[in-house]
Design a protein around this ligand. Structure first.
Ligand SMILES: Cc1cc2nc3c(=O)[nH]c(=O)nc-3n(C[C@H](O)[C@H](O)[C@H](O)COP(=O)(O)OP(=O)(O)OC[C@H]3O[C@@H](n4cnc5c(N)ncnc54)[C@H](O)[C@@H]3O)c2cc1C
Length: 591
C-alpha cells in the first residue's frame, strides 16, 4: 500500500490483484469502515461479492451512522455529520456508488450539486441570554498569547504529546476564547482530552480555519447519514451479492503468532445464543472493527431517560478488542480508551416538532425558513451560557425521507451530561426527552409559562446516552491503537476509529473509510495509490491564511512582541523586500 495524490493515480483503475479468486473475506461490523472495506474488495480488489461475509451484532447496518424511525419512540439520529470536500477516500469511493435518489447519478455528484446550489453557512453561531445573539461576531477572540499557545502546540513533536491532556498546553488565554467555544463544540473536545489529538486536528483542518466561525467550511448530506451514506453502500454491496449476517456477535478472533508472521486462524461467533467457530486459512481475510464510539449507547423516549450502561459485555466491540489485544502487543491497548466512561460520555437528543408553535423560535435564531428545504441553522448553534454546554442544529428538511410535512427533525447535544441544567434542575443524564426539550426551549427564549406545554404537545424528543462517544480523544500514545495492518499480519486488518493510520483524525466518517481502503489495498496488494490525507498542513498558502484568520485578520506587525523580536521581524521584512515571499505575505494580508 502506498499513498499518492493527483489525477494520475485518482483516475487509474488497478489491475486485478493476483490470487484474489482464491480468497474469501469476513468483515466484522457494518459501520462505514466495514462497508468501505467490502466496497473496495469488490470495486478495486475485484473479489466476487458472494465471497464476502459481513457479521453485525445489531439488526441493522450502519453502526454509528444512524437515522431511523423507531416505532412508538420517534426519529433518532445519534449524530449529524459535518463533512468536507477533502475527505479524499470518501469521494474516491462514492464517485462510483449510485445514488438511491436519482438514477444514473453517483452519491458524489448528488452531494456536490447539492452543496454547490445550497452552500452551508451559519447566520448565528452562538446564543446567550435566552435566544439572543451570542455576539461571537465571526471572531476567534484570541489574545496574542493564546495564538502563540496554539502555534506552539502545532509545532510540538507528537512524542512529546503522548498521554498528555490539552490543559497541559492551553491556558485560559485559549480556553476562554471564542476559538475554544467553536472548537470544542464543533468537534466535541473536552479540556481533559488528548493534546496529541488536538494537534493532529489543527494540522488536518488547517485549510478550514477561516471557515470555522460561520461553518462555511462544512458540507452536509441531503438526509440523515444512514439514508444518504449507508443505504447507497448497502444497495451497492447487495447488488454484488455480498452476504450480510445480522444479529450475530463476534466474540473473539484467534491467531497463530510467530516472531515474523501473524495469521488469523479462527473467528468465534454467537448467533441465536449458540457459539460457532469458523476456521480460517491464509486465503481467508478478516477485517475487524475494534472498539466503537457508539458501543453501549442507549435511547430513552419522550418520557423516559436514556439509561447509562457502560458495562462491557462479550460480543461488543470493546470486549472483542480486549480479548484480541491480550494476544499480541501490536493489537493495541483498549483500556486507554474504554476504562473511563465518565470522561468519554455525552448525550444527544433528536427533537421532532409536531406543529408550528416552536418553529418561530428556531427561525428567530437561524434567520431562515426551516421548511425551505435548504440549509437551516448551517451547523450547530451553541448556547454559550448553558450549564450542559448545549448545542443544537436543524439540517436541511426533511431529514428523513418519511418525515411528515409540517414537522422538523433536529439534533441537540450537550457536552456536560453530569451538570444540572439552567432551567431543568437535573443533569442531562437524569432527563427524559421532554425535559431535555424544556431546557432547550428555555435557552431558545420560549416564555417560561409555555415551556412545559410546548415540550409536551408540540415536540417529541428522544434522548440518547453514549458512554464511549469520545473514547478516541482520551490521552494516548503510539501503539495504543493497532496499525490497520499490524507488522507481520498476513490475512487480517483492523478497521475504524481505533485502528491507527497516519495523519488522519478520528471522529470522522473519512477516518473510518480510510482504514477500510488501506486494509483492503494492503491485504490484496492492490497496485494503485491510496489518496493521501489532504496535505494542507504542508501548503504555505493554507498556513498563512490560517494565521491571518486565527488572529482575526491582524497583520503580523500588530503582534505583541519584545523589543528584540521587533528588531528581528524588521530585519526579516527588509530581507524579503522585493521578493516573492513579500508578495505572498501581502497577498495573504499579513503585511
Ligand atoms: C454523535 C456522532 C456525531 C458524529 N459527528 C461526525 C461529524 O460531524 N463528522 C464526521 O465525519 N463524523 C462524525 N461522526 C463519526 C462517524 O459517524 C463515525 O466515526 C463512523 O460512522 C464510524 O464508523 P466505523 O465503521 O468506524 O464504526 P462504527 O460505526 O462504530 O461501526 C462498528 C460496527 O461494528 C459492529 N460491531 C462491533 N463489535 C462487534 C462484534 N463483536 N460483533 C459484531 N458486530 C460488531 C457495531 O455494531 C457497528 O455496527 C459522528 C458520530 C457520532 C456517533
Amino acid at each position: 500500500m502506498y499513498y499518492g495524490s493527483g489525477n494520475y493515480e485518482a483516475f487509474a483503475h488497478p489491475k486485478k490483484p493476483k490470487n484474489v479468486d482464491n480468497k474469501k473475506a469476513y468483515i466484522i461490523g457494518t459501520g462505514l469502515a466495514a462497508l468501505t472495506a467490502a466496497s473496495y474488495l469488490v470495486r478495486d480488489g475485484q473479489m466476487k461479492g458472494d465471497k464476502i461475509t459481513i457479521f453485525e451484532k445489531d439488526p441493522i447496518a450502519g453502526g454509528a451512522c444512524d437515522g431511523y424511525l423507531y416505532p412508538e419512540v420517534g426519529y433518532i439520529m445519534r449524530g449529524g455529520r459535518e463533512m468536507d470536500n477533502h475527505f479524499e477516500v470518501m469521494w474516491d469511493l462514492y464517485r462510483d456508488i449510485p445514488s438511491i435518489e436519482t438514477e444514473g447519478v453517483s452519491v458524489l455528484d448528488e452531494y456536490y450539486w447539492l452543496n454547490k446550489e445550497d452552500p452551508n453557512y451559519s447566520l448565528m453561531r452562538a446564543t446567550k441570554n435566552l435566544g439572543e445573539d451570542g455576539e461571537t461576531n465571526g471572531e476567534f477572540g484570541l489574545s496574542d498569547d493564546g495564538a502563540k499557545e496554539i502555534m506552539k502546540l502545532f509545532f510540538t513533536p507528537d512524542e512529546e504529546l503522548y498521554n498528555k491532556p490539552i490543559t497541559d498546553y492551553f491556558s485560559d488565554e485559549v480556553l476562554n476564547s471564542n476559538f475554544w467555544l467553536y472548537w470544542r463544540t464543533m468537534f466535541a473536545f473536552q479540556n481533559w482530552h488528548s493534546a496529541l489529538e488536538m494537534k493532529l486536528y489543527i494540522k488536518r483542518y488547517i485549510h478550514h480555519v477561516g471557515g470555522l466561525p460561520d461553518f462555511k467550511a462544512l458540507r452536509f448530506t441531503k438526509y440523515n447519514q444512514y439514508e444518504s451514506m449507508i443505504l447507497p453502500l448497502i444497495k451497492y454491496l447487495e447488488s454484488h451479492n455480498v452476504n450480510f449476517v445480522f444479529n450475530t456477535k463476534v466474540i473473539d478472533v484467534d491467531f497463530d503468532i510467530t516472531n515474523d508472521k501473524k495469521k488469523a486462524k479462527s473467528i468465534t461467533i454467537e448467533k441465536n445464543g449458540k457459539e460457532e467457530v469458523i476456521k480460517l486459512t491464509e486465503n481467508d481475510l478478516v477485517f475487524i472493527t475494534n472498539g466503537g464510539c457508539v458501543e453501549n449507547s442507549t435511547y430513552g423516549s419522550q418520557d423516559k431517560k436514556a439509561e447509562y450502561k457502560p458495562e462491557l459485555k462479550a460480543g461488543g466491540g470493546w470486549d472483542m478488542w480486549k480479548r484480541i489485544a491480550s494476544k499480541d502487543k501490536s493489537f493495541g491497548n483498549p483500556e486507554k480508551f474504554c476504562s473511563n466512561p465518565e470522561k468519554t460520555n455525552w448525550m444527544s437528543a433528536t427533537v421532532t416538532t409536531l406543529d408550528d408553535k416552536i418553529v418561530p423560535y428556531i427561525q428567530n435564531i437561524c434567520k431562515r425558513d426551516p421548511f425551505s428545504g435548504k440549509v437551516v441553522t448551517g451547523g450547530i448553534v451553541t448556547v454559550k451560557d448553558s450549564n450542559w454546554l448545549l448545542s443544537w442544529t436543524f439540517n436541511r428538511q426533511p431529514q428523513f425521507r418519511t418525515q411528515p410535512n409540517g414537522q422538523l427533525v433536529g439534533w441537540i447535544y450537550g457536552l456536560f451530561s453530569d451538570k444540572k441544567g439552567n432551567y431543568v434542575k437535573k443533569t442531562m443524564k437524569e432527563c427524559t426527552g421532554k425535559e431535555i426539550c424544556m431546557e432547550w426551549l428555555y435557552h431558545m427564549g420560549v416564555p417560561v409559562d409555555q415551556i412545559e406545554e410546548l415540550a409536551t404537545n408540540s415536540a417529541n424528543t428522544v434522548p440518547v446516552m453514549m458512554p464511549y462517544i469520545t473514547a478516541f480523544f482520551m490521552p494516548r500514545q503510539t501503539k495504543d491503537r493497532p496499525d490497520v495492518v499490524p507488522k507481520g499480519a498476513v490475512n487480517f486488518a483492523f478497521l475504524g476509529q481505533f485502528a491507527e493510520t497516519a495523519r488522519d483524525t478520528i471522529f470522522t466518517t473519512e477516518y473510518s473509510m480510510r482504514t477500510g481502503m488501506e486494509a483492503v489495498y494492503t491485504l490484496l496488494d492492490i497496485d494503485r495509490a491510496v489518496p493521501e490525507v489532504w496535505a494542507s498542513t504542508y501548503d504555505v498558502r493554507d498556513l498563512l491564511n490560517s494565521s491571518y484568520h486565527l488572529r482575526d485578520k491582524k497583520k503580523i506587525t500588530d503582534m505583541k512582541m519584545s523589543f528584540i523580536e521587533k528588531i528581528a521581524l524588521n530585519t526579516v521584512l527588509k530581507k524579503i523586500k522585493g521578493t516573492d515571499i513579500e508578495k505572498l505575505l501581502k497577498n495573504h494580508k499579513l503585511i
